[in-house]
Design a protein around this ligand. Sequence first.
Ligand SMILES: Cc1ncc(COP(=O)(O)O)c(C=O)c1O
Length: 382
Amino acid sequence: MQFKDPKNNSFASLSPAVWRASTVLFDNFEDFISRKSRQPDGYSYGITGTPTSRQLETRVAELEGAKHCIITPSGQSALMTATMAFIRGGDHMLISDSCYGALKTFSRKWLSQMGVEVEFYPPTIGKNIEELIRPNTRMICLESPGTVTMEMQDIDAITSVAKIHNVKTMMDNTWASPLFFKPLDHGVDLSIEAATKMFGGHSDLLMGTISLNNFDDYDVLRETQSVLGQAVSPDDIFLVLRGIETFELRLREQSKQTQHIARWLEQQPQIETVMYPALESDPGHQIWKQQYSGAGCLFSFTLKEDSDDAIAAFFNTLEVFPIGASWGGTHSLIAYYPAEQQQARHYSPTSKAIIRVSIGLENADTLIADLQKALNAWQHAL
Ligand SMILES: Cc1ncc(COP(=O)(O)O)c(C=O)c1O
């Protein structure tokens, strides 16, 4: 028995069909032997996707204002696929020091061992990135605000310089999502989202997306995704398509709650700094105001004193915030980044331990009460 896309049937539904397939079938010999010509959009083998994948890719491309999109099995795989598609030995690659840690590790431990000149630059470099561009610079990686330390990057300034020198730009846009910032409209070539976070929204899957306008690059990316074996489960795609239905509502509400909680936290006597570009006190606030139309649900903060016992008391007192990595779901989360991690970086705005908070959809007063109790415990344990 064969299962065919029932497009000529009268059946219709509000939920997407989940097409599972390792094998794609062909009507005849000629179709089979010319199957490669179906790429980058068509179907030739399960690895490049099924109609379920194309539905999500089309939906994300719409959100990003992009002509094309490719989905990958995680946010990290999207970053890695975009890099592997365009970087070769002998190339020079510029990576913001506040890019996602696993991208930096991949570049440092793998790409640099394959003859790529990997250079980390200060996230707030702006137009001065021009001074770092070499004849073999092939790509600039951006993330704004940065992972954990939340530095805002001047995307407009960096992409303007990159265009003059014909250097590709790739940006991790997961924090703002296309709801609050559309990287392609600001000159970025490859816009990456960890769909694990806001698009999925329920902390139950991993996925990544790469959106772009250039067709030739899209073709290269599709081949790279396939050759690297980056298959995405259609069941997970179904969940992301469902998550996207409520993504805007969730993010708007989470953003509102996050701003309220960040403002409250900033006033507490135990707090040194709250790193959140929507706050007027944040060094990236002006760029955020000029280039972004909203703020994500994630922020970081430092305490006035670093003390192992006090930090342990803070975390172990929390009852509402589960401790865990990741963010963007309906449940709030809290994570810890020890001082050594910031000290090991080339350009960190702090050498202190950082606490990072993702705000979900719980009652804001309940979350504040939990943080208040934990801050009191921190104080008592000093
Ligand atoms: C900003 C950012 N980009 C990328 C990733 C990687 O996404 P994933 O966990 O889906 O690999 C994360 C995950 O923590 C992230 O926070």
